[in-house]
Design a protein around this ligand. Structure first.
Ligand SMILES: [Zn+2]
Length: 196
C-alpha cells in the first residue's frame, strides 16, 4: 500500500501485512515527520472505491441495455422499411421468424385506368412510393363486383418490380377475357403481400 508524508509529500510503499495494529506510528525517512497510519482507513477508502466502480458498472450496463432495447424496438417496428434497403437484412428477419412486407402506408396507386369492352378486361396503373426510402413493392388486389355488389372475381397482380425506389413509380398491368355482366364495379387496392 502507498502512504504519503503530509509534511514533505514523499510517497512510500509499505507492506500492508507489516501493519500489526489498527493505528501504527510511522516515521518519514526524508523529513523525520511522525504520523499514524490506520489500516482500517485504507480499507474504508478501498471499499468506497469498489462501491463507486460497482455503481459505475451498473450505470453502464443500464445504458447499454437501454440502447439495445431501443435498437430491438426500432428494428421490429421498422422491419418493412429496413429490410427493403439491403437484401441480407431481409434474410436475417425471415430467419428470425419475422414476416416482412411492403410498407403500405408509404405506397399509393396512381394513374389507374380500367377498360372493359366486348368481354375483355384491362386494368393498369402505377404504384408510387411516397417516401425517401426504398420500399418493398406490394401485390395489387383487384376485386370485381356486379351492380348488386356481389363479388364475381378476385385477382392478385404482380407489379413490374419487387422494389420501388424513393419517390418513384412502378407499373402494373392486367388483362384477360371476362365474360361477366355488361356493368361491373372494379376495386383496386394494395395488398400487404410481398412480391416474390
Ligand atoms: Zn517527510
Amino acid at each position: 500500500m502507498l502512504i504519503t508524508c503530509k509534511n514533505c509529500n514523499t510517497i512510500f510503499s509499505i507492506d500492508q501485512s507489516k501493519l500489526t495494529s489498527n493505528n501504527q506510528k510511522v516515521k518519514c525517512s526524508v523529513c523525520s515527520n511522525v504520523w499514524i497510519v490506520s489500516q482500517k482507513n485504507e480499507e474504508i477508502n478501498l471499499n468506497k472505491n469498489t462501491k463507486k466502480n460497482l455503481s459505475n458498472n451498473f450505470l453502464k450496463t443500464i445504458l447499454v441495455l437501454g440502447f439495445l432495447i431501443i435498437v430491438v424496438i426500432l428494428g421490429i417496428s421498422q422491419k418493412n422499411i429496413l429490410s427493403a434497403q439491403l437484401p441480407f437484412i431481409k434474410k436475417i428477419y425471415i430467419s428470425l421468424g419475422f414476416n416482412v412486407g411492403p410498407n403500405i402506408n408509404a405506397l399509393e396507386i396512381v394513374n389507374l385506368k380500367t377498360n372493359y369492352h366486348n368481354n375483355y378486361l384491362r386494368i393498369y396503373g402505377e404504384i408510387k412510393n411516397n417516401t425517401s426510402l426504398k420500399s418493398h413493392a406490394s401485390l395489387i388486389l383487384i376485386k370485381i363486383y356486379d351492380s348488386k355488389n356481389n363479388l364475381l372475381k378476385e385477382i392478385k397482380v404482380r407489379p413490374d418490380n419487387k422494389f420501388i425506389e424513393p419517390k418513384n413509380n412502378i407499373n402494373f398491368f392486367y388483362q384477360s377475357d371476362f365474360k361477366g355482366p355488361n356493368k361491373i364495379k372494379i376495386k383496386v387496392q394494395l395488398s400487404s403481400d410481398l412480391v416474390f
